[in-house]
Ligand binder design. Structure first.
Ligand code: FES
Length: 116
């Protein structure tokens, strides 16, 4: 069976765009790790919901169509993220689906590792 792939773009604070492919079912953090994307400090806690360094900002329409809303644990951790917005999520908690093909997320400038 051929793996289903979708397109995903990370836009860094300096405007640099990282266009990549994601496997359906992978989280944004998986995509960063598996593709060796060079995003400094991203995903420090490896998806265990203890750091908030995987903070991404979505466009409103994308935020609204995410299949899952943030859990209480995710919300608590997001509160510690630098530059929190109404359309912020944690990348380790967003799972790519076919519908999310072409998703574009912004990575905020300063990453705040809640563990430090
Ligand atoms: Fe640490 Fe997502 S990678 S909270």
């Amino acid at each position: 069976l051929k793996e289903e792939k979708v397109k995903l773009t990370f836009v860094l604070y300096d405007g640099k765009r990282i266009e990549t492919e994601a496997k359906v079912g992978d989280t944004l953090l998986d995509v960063v790790v598996n593709n060796n994307l060079n995003i400094e400090g991203y995903g420090a806690c490896e998806g265990t919901l203890t750091c908030s360094t995987c903070h991404v900002i979505l466009k409103q329409e994308d935020f609204d169509r995410l299949p899952e809303e943030a859990s209480d644990e995710e919300r608590d951790m997001l509160d510690l993220a630098y530059g929190l917005t109404d359309t912020s999520r944690l990348g380790c908690q967003i799972t790519m689906t076919k519908d999310l093909d072409g998703l574009e997320v912004q990575v905020p400038e300063t990453i705040n590792d809640a563990r430090s």
